[in-house]
Design a protein around this ligand. Sequence first.
Ligand SMILES: Nc1nc2c(c(=O)[nH]1)N[C@H]1C(S)=C(S)[C@@H](COP(=O)(O)OP(=O)(O)OC[C@H]3O[C@@H](n4cnc5c(=O)[nH]c(N)nc54)[C@H](O)[C@@H]3O)O[C@H]1N2
Ligand SMILES: Nc1nc2c(c(=O)[nH]1)N[C@H]1C(S)=C(S)[C@@H](COP(=O)(O)OP(=O)(O)OC[C@H]3O[C@@H](n4cnc5c(=O)[nH]c(N)nc54)[C@H](O)[C@@H]3O)O[C@H]1N2
Ligand SMILES: [Mo]
Length: 794
Amino acid sequence: MAARDGVSQPWGSRTPYAAGGAWPSRVDTHLAAGVAEDDVDDWVPTASVLHSNGDGLDIAVRRGRMVGVRGREHDRINRGRLDPKDLFGWQANHHPDRLTRPLVREGGELVETTWDEAMGRIVEHAMQLLDRHGPSALGFYTSGQLFLEEYYTLATIARGAIGTHHLDGNTRLCTSTAATALKESFGSDGQPGSYTDIDHADVIALYGHNVAETQPVLWTRILDRLAGTDPPALVCVDPRRTPVAEAATVHLAPLPGTNVALVNSLLHEIIQNGWVDEQWISERTVGYSELVEQVRDCTPAWAGEICDVPREEIEEAARLIGGSRRLVSTVLQGFYQSHQATAASVQVNNIHLVRGMIGEPGAGVLQMNGQPTAENTRECGADGDLTGFRNWANEEHIEELASQWNVSPTHIPHYAPPTHLMQIMRYAEQGSLRMLWVSATNPAASLPDLARIRSILSQQDLFLVVQDIFPTETTEHADVVLPAAAWGEKLGTFTNADRTVHLSEKAVDPPGDARPDLDIFLDFARRMDFRDLSDQPLPAWNDAESAFEAWKRASAGRPCDYSGMSYALLRESGGIQWPCTAESPTGTERLYTDGKFWAHPDTCESYGKDLLTGAPNEPEQYEAMNPHGKALIKAAAYLPPHEFPSREHPWWLITGRTLVHFHTRTKTARAPQLQNAAPEVWVQVSEADAADLGISEDDGVEITSPRGRVLATARIGGIRDGVVFLPFHYGNWDSQDPRSANELTPTDWDPVSKQPLFKTGIALVRRTDAETTRATRTPVASTAVDEEIGRESP
Ligand SMILES: Nc1nc2c(c(=O)[nH]1)N[C@H]1C(S)=C(S)[C@@H](COP(=O)(O)OP(=O)(O)OC[C@H]3O[C@@H](n4cnc5c(=O)[nH]c(N)nc54)[C@H](O)[C@@H]3O)O[C@H]1N2
Ligand SMILES: Nc1nc2c(c(=O)[nH]1)N[C@H]1C(S)=C(S)[C@@H](COP(=O)(O)OP(=O)(O)OC[C@H]3O[C@@H](n4cnc5c(=O)[nH]c(N)nc54)[C@H](O)[C@@H]3O)O[C@H]1N2
Ligand SMILES: [Mo]
């Protein structure tokens, strides 16, 4: 079959369309070599799991094995398209490295064992710790890559049955700033906009979001608008010349960590020029006068100085944004993982609030997600959020949840804010946390300051359980390793960045003894014999569908209301956007179309925080500020970053992603087309900086920070002066070279969202003759890799 080469042509051919039109479909398929469509026994519906875009796809199954994928033509998200990671990534599922048996540590080594033995050890430890030290000795660190049913079950176990405060998700590294920024502006988490806003927009502004490489199908939608008769203008804010920057009408390339200064100056221009909707502001918002005050002196000249961006470019961007009639803004890690993350992301919301551009076609803000199920971690409360976007500081919300679980409200710990991951790690370091259960995340590669993380995870006194589908940098430190079933091998639902819920069906059996994460969590609960107030087993469900039914009840009446959905409906109609209720049985495209927000003191998810310090507001403060539950315009002053380039470390260091790899590469390194396209780490340096440093293309480069050292190959160009970029995908499971970006990143986080600052570090950069493995070109600029697709792994 003539599939495109998804790596050299990541976005495929154009299907242009005009504003207000329907995005045409284009079906992308990839089948293993030698397999034709006719050979496929079954096409099993699911959606993509290697980003948050939620592209609908079917898995091709032949004789009980996955043999390919095909985009679903009528899916509302992708209309059939697939990106490179989805075309090829599924091959990892049947890679021979899969974990197939539980492992336990014996005499220092991990050895295979039975589920009874492995779970027996976990239960013995958990019971002893509960007995001797209480619930706070136990912690759970989960993911943005499991299914909704799994998170709701884990949240019920951790908060309802055990009563520990220490449950967080890797969404802390990913979208906790998105959630926090939405709470600060609208009172509650929940994406206001929809991807269909792209179909209407006349201006699209992307803030720290390299959508071309991280959500390639969404970028395809934008490219198709750009190819149409009335293309939108693009504004890109990124220190690198990404494919988005290349296509942009205006590209602002600020120094890292200066986002607040930049957006404040955009707000300054918008307000000074009267590009605001006074009536909308006065009817629907509070806090405008503080914003006017705050940005009064934030001129483009002032910001230009701080950000090192020409004043005229800021003015030009402000003119586009201020003159737009249908403005879509997207925000992602260039803001969320940078200095003043929440403060900056909230200012983007403010642009929409002062322009009255929320809740209408083409006027939406997308505070993006990253991982496929990050939204569900937040909804279900498997992170620092309370199940159903409830409010930790509202006793009535705690009582509602307690009644769902039939436990006493006092059993759900809420005397203080829930523990965020970096604090959980600190408790483990200090020794008060003695058991940590890690599921579907790889902290020994993805957390900042890895030398410290390794020393915490390897402490004698910490009992570490790791539940994964592959051996990783983290399983190295585990006392027990539990082999999980992967996507395609289990049933459940997941929700993308624009609130679209897909059902993911089981296509094939998991390898060996591997089991769905849901079954593992439920097995633990049964062995612990957790009970509710009526002496019934807790959680009160036994499989994916009954967990989903329980979740529907828990979400009813909250912003993320699933009560009108069912597995049957999802099977019948494909993706459905929440809220979906008896009144809106087909789902809801946009939130806040009626100008009403989830911000009333009785219903809001959060009373808000100080944007500079993170100090939470008291309920009385919030009530006084926003008695009628309007949207909140919250101003913030720019503060300089904590670490600043110095004589020892003269460069800014930022980190992030590339097209073909996903995170710590446990899957994408095991798909030959993806791995071959970018097998080794590189460092991106500007032309002028490279000349100063005497570095040429392909040279070995040593990058050091106050934390550690990395060797990489030089890639010159595509980034502003003074800044170097390292992809964070390369850990040490398949190489002994020091090459993980997180050897260098600081132990530091945004005070409001507690998201680590992966994008505001410092470094010393020099040419080295030390042996570095040669990186191929960055994939977007790469030529075609060989099209011997679907080759079986050895
Ligand atoms: N190919 C691929 N796609 C993915 C993933 C993947 O691993 N690989 N992961 C998924 C996940 S979980 C996530 S969270 C998303 C992330 O998706 P993105 O946020 O788009 O990806 P990043 O590369 O982390 O960061 C985006 C941009 O931020 C810029 N940046 C760095 N510092 C600053 C700053 O201080 N200010 C500004 N304005 N920009 C800055 C970087 O140059 C970079 O181009 O991608 C998802 N999609
Ligand atoms: N320097 C730097 N660091 C970063 C970032 C950055 O931009 N720069 N980005 C941060 C962001 S946004 C994110 S999201 C994190 C990601 O960080 P991680 O979550 O640590 O990255 P992954 O490699 O996706 O790890 C997921 C793990 O889950 C396993 N897994 C996959 N599916 C399943 C399943 O169904 N069940 C189970 N039990 N396991 C499964 C995979 O094999 C893998 O080991 O990294 C963060 N770290
Ligand atoms: Mo993420």
